[in-house]
Design a protein around this ligand. Sequence first.
Ligand SMILES: [Fe+2]
Length: 477
Amino acid sequence: MAVDFRGHPMFPSTGFNAPTRFEADVYDCEVWGKVPTDIEGTFYRMQCDFQYRPPQNEWPTGFNGDGHVSRFRIKNGNVNYRSRYVQTQRLQAEREAHRRLYGVYRNHYTDDPSVAKLERSAANTHLYWHGGKLLCLKEDSLPWYVDPHTLETKGIWTFDGRYTATSMSAHPKIDPVTGEMICYGYQAKGDLSNDVAVYTVNKHGVVTNEVWFKTPYVGIMHDMALTQNYILIPLIARTTSEARLKSGEPMWEWNGNLPTMVAVLPRNGAAKDVRWFKGPARNTLHFLNATDHPDGTITMELPTSSGERDPSQLRRWTFNMKSKKDTFDEEVVSVANGVLARMDDRYLSLPYQYAYIGNRDPNQPFDKARAGNMGGFVTNQYLRVDVATGKTAAYFVGPVQSLQESCFVPRKGSKGEGDGYLLGIASNYETLSSDLVIVDAQRLEEGAIATVKLPFRLRSGTHTNWFDADELPPVTA
Ligand SMILES: [Fe+2]
């Protein structure tokens, strides 16, 4: 059966979000401007791509596409680009069959029976370098790992058999003080189970603690937050059921009648120590940071909206660990309308000042004549938001572009929070090509200091990460 994407409602043959379906190497990328020489390391970026045409009712997010890793290796102002698919069991099975074998998002009832016994990860959401492995994560499955330089797929990683849950979230957190990775799986005993497993992994990649607990309902638990003393895992009112899966629909549906529930677990605690805090239904997936305070409270900042379709705002949730109160308080930090917030990860779990958020400012120009009718959907700014005052600074990308998730990159040798750069992919709807833009994080208004040009298009990506050269193994390829 030949591949043909024509007529697919979300993943058509043409346009910016058409599947890209290729791997590439570009040595010494063209650069407009100057890449600072105090950037040295690798910017990784994940894309959900579709090698084969998904069902018509696929979840429009695209989160069921095949994991496609881009790496931009930067040294002495030069940039080498490479992209490779993660060679998962599902991708290999589909290539062998020359067609899509997996159905809609996280619904095994819609899969071809031939894949029932295969590991189903698309390895398509996020990447973390930890314990000597570059983990490619997808929250319904175990991690895959790839070589950090060649991107050659190495296999599935179970932490030497110590990770016994069936899935690992794509959003672990790495403690910058201890080097530990805190990670978790939900639906951790298989689809629809209300089990959560939380792991502490030391900086060498060895599991040192494992805690299992149950959730009050089966909802999405996409991300977590970490303080020096606590692990916070919110349960969001996007739910599922056996009946929904049997109906052939993608896994999730919004259920605004349910509360948001947040599990708060002491670091290295046990299941009996889990406390649940309740709040109103909130539509959110990603969390910025959390911090302990001397008065016994924990604060956590996150982009969220009150209902499924409401604009997102950066808000703060406060949990009082000294009180018996089982609800959390909420306040608005900034009305920045972006759902992806990043920070200087050297300050993760610690007191901090800055959030970096992709934002759509409707007052900025969008050139429909050149770029088509995408104006209402673009992310045209990166904002730096002071989480104490709400004060913002903005970088505007231009009238025919949209920005994907940014990543903060510390200036080589720097220590102070925010002393570095924002890196992110800009989609150019006029030229149907993609750029890596580099902005000074302390001078956003001055615009990009370098634009790394790719001679092709990368469709919408999911998440990005940066690792300094001295964190990664020596370059051999
Ligand atoms: Fe995510």
